[in-house]
Design a protein around this ligand. Structure first.
Ligand code: S3P
Length: 165
């Protein structure tokens, strides 16, 4: 069973903080996007381009149900809690679900030059804010603990999580 589940928007630091937590806990770090890429043999970007988002979401749900049963710290993808089947898996896992809450300004700043996130390409600022607000509801619904990450280093965030779980 996963020890800690990290959720949050793209660019909120789920992977970086997850690695840090795994190091502190001497446990494996699992990253859902990396899991999907390893099992499909394609990059996330390629999967979106070749097969579309619905196909990616199916792979993501399959990957979540397998990865959540492994021991370690699991960093999910930004869209993982959007599907209700995934939210149910998160809720029934028995593992603490941590929402890394990052402001839209910080996210835009971090991701403005990142070409690897297919969902953000061709999205204007209004569309981004709309997606952010919609997602935030799902993250809040799924979270046992919410950690604000703006102005904090990955190790500060990891420590904040460790004292709360
Ligand atoms: C997505 C987030 C990405 C990746 C895919 C879709 C999303 O993961 O799963 O590009 O819908 O927010 P990160 O949150 O790790 O960037």
């Amino acid at each position: 069973m996963a020890t800690i589940l990290l959720i949050g928007f793209m660019g909120s630091g789920k992977t970086t903080v997850g690695k840090q937590l795994a190091e502190y806990l001497h446990q494996p770090h699992l990253d859902l996007d990396a899991w999907i890429e390893a099992h499909s043999g394609q990059s996330i970007k390629q999967i979106f381009t070749d097969h579309g988002e619905t196909f990616f979401r199916d792979l993501e749900s399959e990957a979540l149900s397998a990865a959540i049963r492994q021991e370690g710290v699991l960093s999910t993808g930004g869209g993982t809690p959007v599907r209700s089947v995934n939210r149910k898996l998160l809720a029934s896992s028995g593992s603490p679900v941590i929402f890394l809450q990052t402001s839209p300004e910080v996210i835009v700043n971090r991701l403005k030059n990142d070409a690897s996130r297919p969902l953000l390409q061709s999205m204007d600022n209004d569309q981004f804010i709309e997606l952010y607000q919609k997602r935030k509801t799902y993250y809040q619904q799924s979270a046992d603990i919410i950690v604000d990450t703006d102005q904090k280093s990955p190790s500060e965030i990891a420590h904040e999580i460790l004292i709360q779980i």
